[in-house]
Design a protein around this ligand. Sequence first.
Ligand SMILES: Cc1cc2nc3c(=O)[nH]c(=O)nc-3n(C[C@H](O)[C@H](O)[C@H](O)COP(=O)(O)OP(=O)(O)OC[C@H]3O[C@@H](n4cnc5c(N)ncnc54)[C@H](O)[C@@H]3O)c2cc1C
Length: 460
Amino acid sequence: MKRIAIIGGGISGLAAAYALEEKRRSGTPVEYVLFESKIRLGGVLVTERVDGCLVEAGPDSFLTEKPWAAELCTKLGLGDQLIGSNDAQRKTYILAKNKLVVMPDGLMFMVPTKIMPTVMSPLFSVKTKMRMAAEWFHPPRKASADETVAEMLADPLLSGVYGGEATQLSVRAVLPRFADMEAKHGSLGRAMLSARKKMGSASKAPVRPLFSSLKDGMQQLVDALVASLDPNALKTSVPVELLARELDRWTVSAGYQSDQFDAVIIATPTPAAAAVLQGADQALSNELRGIQYSSSVTVTLGYDDQVRRALPPGFGFLVPRSEGRRMLAATFVHNKFPHRAPADRAILRCFLGGARDEEILQKGEKEIVQIVRDELEQIVGPALRAEPLFFRVYKWKAAMAQYSVGHLERMQRIEALRLKHPGLALAGNGYSGIGVPDCIRSGTEAASKILAEMGMWSAA
Ligand SMILES: Cc1cc2nc3c(=O)[nH]c(=O)nc-3n(C[C@H](O)[C@H](O)[C@H](O)COP(=O)(O)OP(=O)(O)OC[C@H]3O[C@@H](n4cnc5c(N)ncnc54)[C@H](O)[C@@H]3O)c2cc1C
């Protein structure tokens, strides 16, 4: 019997445990123990019910295009619980000079694919429109060196929307498909148009919603995963402190306890992975520590019907840094996922923090709510002066990995160092995708890597 330790009980660690559990049930001689430092499993996936409304503390949905989350839900028997975003109402605004301006039709992920709506939009200056036009006529080029999102998109397409943050991000790590498409077609506009045409001619099937989620929220996925695992294998409130490798065995130390395993999957954010690996491999630990994380605060406010009627239609709005606000974005949850609020309630989910505003985490709940309420009133109008029926504030410290320029090269160095340690696998949002589907994929792949190394993996 081979023993595998999983460190971290967020969605990445739970997905790894599920993959091992499937093998265990089908007779593979393997057992696992999952160590989670907190009292609950699920990491940043947390759903609450408040006043008849469904409130998401962390992620509220996942991109439908990435299949791994929906596939896992289906395996867990949650296929009939999957829901799509209400794309008929999919309209997003951008705050521009203190006014909410609709993002022009045909702007796919900030890249214009239709000329007229972009030309007519008050969102872009004449100068930006001319630079966009020039982008359309670029010859194909080689995108070999890594570029920042700002170099490739923000200039001219993203400038003013994501502010300075885009200047730090690696386009090859954050938007790998965009980098390939631009290299092939020379212009992102032309590439998007070609993809759109292909999609149209390839299938007459109904268009899938952009986002998917679960009827009872993301917590439903956590609950189903936990219910499918061996309860004796789940150790909560047990923070792992150190890993050591001796004579082909891994020793996992947590407080006064230590236990021996044949393999370890570290499924924590990379700063925690760096800490537990410090004694085992200083170079690997240093590389992991080099991946930066930013913090996030989500504030959900519940309002009555009067506020609901005063809000514009659509999914919500983005706030560029240049607007000088602390809020980064707001989602009108009752429009994006209508069944998450009764017909006479409005739910606003606001985002703060990010790489440029770590300071917000030091503020108390009341102060944060006041900041959000003041800004909502200034942005949306006096109806938002109303007292919310309820509010919830969630602080997520160092939860979002930032793939800065050079991230892919760092990944290669990490992989080379990892390979020196048989029985070690890494999963989580610090490596190759920050969204829930990518984290599920990373956990599942970590489990199959370990099993393959032990000669116990088959795709069946
Ligand atoms: C506010 C917010 C909104 C988001 N919205 C979306 C969205 O809408 N859609 C989407 O796809 N993605 C979204 N994301 C991103 C996505 O949710 C996360 O990247 C993903 O859930 C991370 O999962 P994880 O398991 O890798 O990490 P985590 O959820 O951080 O879990 C890691 C776990 O490891 C534990 N741990 C840490 N150190 C130790 C240790 N030493 N010993 C034992 N346990 C340890 C932690 O307690 C934690 O439970 C959002 C993220 C945030 C924060």
